[in-house]
Ligand binder design. Sequence first.
Ligand code: HEC
Length: 128
Amino acid sequence: MRNSSTWLAFFVFGMFIASFWIVSCENQNEEELFGKTGCDTRDVSWTTDVQPILASRCLHCHYEGTGAIAPFSLQNYEDVLIRVNTGQLDAAINHRSGSPKMPKDGPKLPECELSKINIWILEGAANN
Ligand code: HEC
């Protein structure tokens, strides 16, 4: 009698531990690790990350040609590199004091897009 209740206690305890183990495995999916939308900041590049962000958030003002709202283009890598080197890009997107805040008249870039551009700048703003 005493023996079987000891085994029962072991069994219940074992199930208890096992259930924690199962739950912890279930939580290790992409959503838990990277957040709902997922933000992968490994291997950030001009072509696959930075350029598309600028295209969707900035180029409707920052383009070459008459009628552009912004005073310079951010269409090409060379255009953007100039603003990286002056520090203006960093200051504008991170809303640093004393700088015009970009996107103009809009909210700061979403966290993931901002991180990608900041990492790209930190890693040397390569044309990759
Ligand atoms: C609604 C139009 C508009 C949008 C959208 C916009 N800009 Fe601008 N941007 C401007 C204007 C106009 C200026 C000139 C300064 C001013 O008037 O604030 C400017 C200036 C800048 C400057 C120079 C800041 C300085 O130090 O003088 C940078 C860098 C810049 N923008 C980057 C961006 C980036 C990056 C985006 C997208 C994330 C963006 N802008 C989106 C209109 C815009």
